[in-house]
Write a protein that binds this ligand. Structure first.
Ligand SMILES: C[S@@+](CC[C@H](N)C(=O)[O-])C[C@H]1O[C@@H](n2cnc3c(N)ncnc32)[C@H](O)[C@@H]1O
Length: 380
């Protein structure tokens, strides 16, 4: 079976709601497990300094480049330095709120595997696993349904850019201390084994995950990938860029490129009707890779994120301490995010895979039996 499913969530709501008791429990558990908390909520002028010297040298940069630097700069990037998930962090996600979300995904994964004829090898791939909570909930379902999986060889493959988060994931998922790769060049930069004996591998990029029948999940991963922003002007489409504010040299501002850029010439659809458009080319390329893997080796992918179907315009925003924050101020100290354009991802998936959705998270969870699962929880 070749499937590719998109699930649209209302994550914006859960990002601003005050945390529930379940969240507090999860957060307390992670703090306990995290021996060297990487949380550095101090201001990080070094990233602003790095960006301003880059801007002085090269001129304005694209929003995509700004977002990439701010979130994943190897030294000072937001995801690289911070432990941002949870009530004490900047935002909360579904897997951190309830274990039921991951458990129902576990049921979906097993049903996809059964529908594909129960291949002997099953690679479970997660993009951007956060604290590892979703994978842990999925693996609990795998343990409970061990008799269904039989002799199938199951392995877990985590694509994570943040060394700090990979350590928290390892502490949540592996039985013993996971091992870090000796050399920076190794594709697998960390490895370990779960309590049930399943091997776990960490990679920086999806490209590095070995070929083979894979079921891939991505929850709130695509919204963190860099977007390009474009503005319709009287002279045609122009890219929105980031530059130094000439009146305040330690501040950044948006400017519109005076002439077409490579991105504005290639990423806008000829029949585009909006006046402002955001395109996540990197997300499109990840989806193309997923599609190719599914076509060549079999499997399925599920993308759960907040997003739209090619209708929204300006969704680029920042969160700090569960509050909206200025996207250009104190870069590296706050999360940057943009709604996922599912119509763009569907186009990029191409015709070789069946693309379903997006459906609302509510519909997906209802179809996966959340009502029955809730009844079971209430009676225990
Ligand atoms: C918003 S968090 C979501 C975490 C988790 N999936 C959840 O729902 O709780 C984004 C995750 O993607 C990772 N990430 C962000 N950009 C990435 C990239 N370019 N490559 C790999 N991982 C990335 C972050 O480090 C983090 O684990």
């Amino acid at each position: 079976m070749r499937t590719f499913v998109c699930v649209k969530t209302q994550q914006l709501v859960s990002r601003v709601f005050s945390p529930s008791a379940a969240v507090r429990w999860r957060a307390a558990q992670s703090r306990f497990l995290c021996s060297s908390p990487p949380d550095e909520r101090k201001s990080q002028p070094s990233l602003l300094r790095h960006l301003t010297s880059k801007l002085k040298a090269t001129g304005p940069i694209t929003v995509a480049e700004y977002m990439r630097e701010v979130l994943t700069n190897p030294v000072a990037g937001y995801y690289v330095r911070n432990n941002m998930l949870g009530p004490d962090g900047d935002f909360i996600t579904s897997p951190e709120i309830s274990q039921i979300f991951g458990e129902l995904l576990g049921v979906w994964i097993i049903s996809e595997w059964m529908g594909a004829g129960r291949p002997k090898q099953l690679q479970l791939v997660e993009l951007g696993p956060g604290k590892g909570s979703l994978a842990s909930d999925v693996l609990r379902v795998f343990s409970q349904l061990r008799s269904v999986l039989g002799e199938t060889s199951v392995s877990l493959h985590l694509v994570e850019v943040s060394p700090a988060l990979s350590l928290i994931q390892a502490q949540n998922l592996t039985r013993d201390c996971s091992q870090e790769a000796v050399s920076e060049d190794e594709l697998v930069y960390r490895r370990g084994t779960t309590a049930a004996g399943l091997p776990v591998f960490w990679y920086r990029r999806l490209d590095d995950v070995p070929a083979g029948f894979s079921i891939c999940v991505a929850h709130e991963f695509f919204d963190a990938l860099p977007i390009h922003k474009f503005q319709r002007t009287q002279k045609g489409w122009r890219e929105v860029m980031v530059d130094i504010d000439p009146d305040k040299p330690d501040k950044l501002r948006f400017v519109v490129a005076p002439s077409p850029t490579m991105a504005s010439s290639t990423l806008i659809q000829a029949d585009e009707r909006r006046d402002h458009v955001e395109v996540c080319a990197e997300g499109g390329s990840v989806v193309q890779q997923l599609s190719r893997r599914i076509t060549e080796d079999g499997g399925a992918a599920l993308i759960a994120d907040y997003g739209h179907d090619g209708t929204k315009t300006d969704t680029f925003r920042s969160f700090k301490g569960h509050q909206l924050h200025d996207v250009l101020s104190n870069p590296g100290s706050a999360d940057l995010t943009a709604d996922v354009d599912f119509s763009y991802l569907r186009r990029k998936a191409g015709g070789g895979v069946a693309c379903l959705g997006p459906v609302s998270q509510r519909t997906f969870l209802k179809n996966m039996g959340i009502d029955t699962r809730m009844q079971v929880s209430l009676h225990h």
